[in-house]
Design a protein around this ligand. Structure first.
Ligand code: AP5
Ligand code: MG
Length: 213
């Protein structure tokens, strides 16, 4: 099963992808997480990605597609995976289609988590995430049991570098310009499903489960 999570920055793609992966035992492939791990490890890829991410711009397609192909060719992806934050442009979607086609499969679901821009700004301000295992929290909507500490691995939670107000605004405008056209793309291919992302994380997940069956 190949599931694509679509939605604006902060819509809850990562939050829902985590839950889907736990429920259906699939690996969670987040290009953003891969880039952040490389930034943390101070790799060449990390240095290049950081220059775009800090400005809220997209990392170039060619580099992103290469990283994605490399990741999904690993053994744990043989039975499927959940894509969170990829594809983000039409060329990325075309590259994914081509890649899947060459393995004789097609994406099963593209789930668009819909949240208006006003809600996004509020959500991003309160996001905290675990730099070690990647689990996502919110100071109001998804609190850890102990303030500032990851429930899963005990690491101190951090604020993402690209969650500053002006960067969030740029990420939103980049989303509307470059990523939103994918909604039409997947509508045409017949696999688009929309869920109301303004509900609680539990209610959003119920809607997602109904789609996945
Ligand atoms: P990426 O890491 O993918 O960030 P993003 O798409 O901007 O999305 P976010 O991770 O910010 O939000 P999310 O939708 O996962 O929401 P979350 O669940 O955390 O990408 C970062 C950067 O990397 C990009 O800007 C780009 O530079 C680069 N990049 C990555 N992929 C790329 C690609 N394919 N091509 C080119 N460049 C790429 O939720 C947000 C907050 O809200 C959390 O605090 C959460 O707890 C809370 N929350 C979640 N759901 C709810 C709910 N239902 N109600 C209330 N609060 C909620
Ligand atoms: Mg995310």
């Amino acid at each position: 099963m190949v599931i694509i999570m679509l939605g604006a920055p902060g819509a809850g793609k990562g939050t829902q992808a985590e839950r889907i992966c736990a429920e259906y035992s699939l690996p969670h492939i987040s290009t953003g997480d891969i880039f952040r791990a490389n930034i943390k490890g101070n790799t060449e890829l990390g240095k290049e990605a950081k220059s775009y991410m800090d400005r809220g711009e997209l990392v170039p397609d060619e580099l992103t597609v290469r990283i994605l192909k490399d990741r999904v060719s690993q053994d744990d992806c043989a039975k499927g995976y959940v894509l969170d934050g990829f594809p983000r442009t039409i060329p990325q979607a075309e590259a994914l289609d081509e890649m899947l086609k060459s393995s004789g499969i097609a994406a099963d679901h593209a789930i668009d988590v819909e949240v208006p821009d006003e809600n996004i700004i509020r959500r991003m301000g309160g996001r905290r995430s675990c730099p070690s295992c990647g689990r996502i929290y919110h100071i109001e909507y998804a609190k850890p049991a102990k303030e500032g500490i990851c429930d899963n691995c005990g690491t101190a939670l951090v604020i993402r570098d690209d969650d500053r107000d002006e960067t969030v605004r740029n990420r939103l405008s980049v989303y509307h310009e470059q990523t939103q056209p994918l909604i039409e793309y997947y509508k045409k291919s017949g696999i688009l499903e929309e869920v109301d992302g303004t509900q609680s994380p539990d209610s959003v997940f119920e809607a997602v489960k109904k789609i996945l069956g």
